[in-house]
Design a protein around this ligand. Structure first.
Ligand SMILES: [Zn+2]
Length: 188
């Protein structure tokens, strides 16, 4: 071992250092500090800001709360993972399931910066999420280049979910969307 160290000191041996790929980051960083009235929605916005700052995907952050405690959070990682299903809600549902050690999230509420797409809405139902709070609407999601409205039309109207889906802090989430629009990003 001593000889090995000596060889390194003499410059005759180069220790092996793992080369990690640099984390993918966008050239422009989010500068906006957006404030929501609801503290959980604020956490969801912060998640989204973290994700768009790193170029992970769209401005969608999500937290899941049980008995007043955050048990899962996540943001959109579609671009990072090349995974079209890695929406903020899906990331957070996976984190919550892992944290609680169960697939049954009965008694949990979910906060998300954008109204859930049909895939995420179904995932919330499969997970037995009690209630969903969202910031921006499906139309707002559409306005920043996502195809939510088109897909939503295929599945019919949402009147059956009036009690289940509640809009809060839309203005704060719209400011987040403006920030995303301003930044360099990959459309998908
Ligand atoms: Zn979704």
């Amino acid at each position: 071992m001593k000889m090995y160290k000596n060889l390194i000191t003499m410059g005759l041996l180069v220790p092996f250092l793992p080369v990690l790929p640099p984390e993918r980051e966008t050239k422009s960083r989010p500068t906006l500090s957006v404030s929501a009235h609801n503290p959980y929605m604020q956490m969801a916005i912060d998640e989204a800001l973290d994700g768009i700052g790193k170029g992970h995907g769209g401005p969608f952050g999500c937290v899941i709360v049980k008995d007043g405690k955050v048990i899962g959070r996540g943001h959109n990682r579609v671009v990072l993972n090349n995974d079209p299903t890695c929406h903020g809600e899906i990331s957070a549902l996976r984190a919550a399931g892992e944290a609680l050690g169960t697939f049954d999230l009965t008694g949990c509420e979910l906060y998300t910066t954008g109204e859930p797409c049909p895939m995420c809405l179904c995932a919330c139902l499969w997970a037995n999420i009690d209630k969903v709070y969202y910031g921006c609407t499906i139309k707002d999601n559409d306005s920043i280049g996502f195809r939510d409205e088109k897909f939503d039309r295929l599945f019919g109207d949402r009147s059956a979910f009036d009690e289940y889906l509640t809009e809060i802090d839309r203005q704060a989430c719209l400011a987040l969307f403006d920030e995303y629009r301003r930044m360099e990003h990959v459309n998908y």
